[in-house]
Write a protein that binds this ligand. Structure first.
Ligand code: NAP
Length: 226
């Protein structure tokens, strides 16, 4: 697939590299440093190149939106017409100084984004992960079980594509339902980020779902007596 990266920072730079290494054609865009886009493309391999947001969007089968919330309007404007485009967003609706959520339980960043680009097909994914885990999960993609990643959206075709990207990145996709479920996954993502950096536990907290799965299995076997 052709994947346009809108925002080539910690998330976009790493996920774009992973998508390229998984065999997708990738265009890295939207950095203040053109040389960084060139370096990312060079390091990612021959299927990657630097470009503008409009170039990243033009022929893309899917776009990864990975900018700070305060940059969303700007990057969307630079990307141009996104009609029918699949937009996988890992962006979280944070205030400019990263101290609070911009939207809460009655809406979500993903829904606000979908309202900004009503003709695009928005999926929320990857935002429950700290970027630090991405490369090591990709390198261990053949391990089992894979760490889970929740995603949500209202367009089934867009969700299928997002699930494939999640699998290509080495994770197990978990369909959390319609886009409005981002009202619950986004605060969870911020909780994980907050806890991950508060003490020495670090990004390993991204794997907490796995641990809960094990506990869930134990509770279930206790309940059934097996
Ligand atoms: N980092 C994580 O672990 C993580 C995890 C889950 C979700 N998220 C969410 O994912 C989104 C991206 O996060 P990130 O950590 O990848 O952010 P980041 O490292 O700051 O990357 C953002 C990208 O936007 C670019 N950009 C272009 N113009 C900019 C401007 N004027 N001001 C600021 N940035 C500009 C940055 O350019 P430069 O290359 O010049 O910096 C960078 O490439 C955010 O919404 C975040 O909440 C992040």
């Amino acid at each position: 697939m052709r994947i346009g990266i809108l925002g080539s920072g910690l998330m976009g730079g790493k996920l774009g590299t992973i998508f390229a290494r998984a065999g997708h054609e990738v265009v890295f865009s939207y950095s203040r440093d053109q040389r960084k886009l060139e370096r990312l493309a060079r390091d990612a391999g021959s299927v990657a190149r630097p470009g503008t947001p409009a170039e990243a969007a033009r022929d893309a089968d899917a776009l990864l939106l990975a900018v700070h919330w305060s940059r969303v309007d700007d990057v969307l404007k630079k990307a141009g017409d996104l009609s029918d485009k699949i937009v996988v967003s890992c962006s979280l609706p944070m205030s400019v100084d990263d101290t609070g959520l911009v939207v809460g339980h009655t809406s979500s960043g993903a829904e606000e984004l979908a309202a900004k680009i009503p003709t695009a097909r928005v999926v929320s994914a990857f935002n429950t992960l700290p970027s630090e885990v991405l490369f090591s999960v990709f390198e261990h993609a053949s391990d089992s079980p894979r760490p889970s990643v929740v995603y949500c959206g209202d367009d089934s075709g867009a969700k299928e594509l997002a699930a494939r990207l999640i699998i290509d990145a080495g994770f197990e996709p978990v369909d959390a339902g319609p886009l409005r479920i981002a009202r619950y996954t986004e605060p969870f993502a911020l909780l994980v980020a907050q806890l991950a950096y508060e003490d020495t536990r670090g990004p390993a907290l991204a794997y907490r779902f796995e641990w809960l799965d094990e506990v869930g299995d134990r509770i279930q076997s206790d309940a059934t007596g097996s």
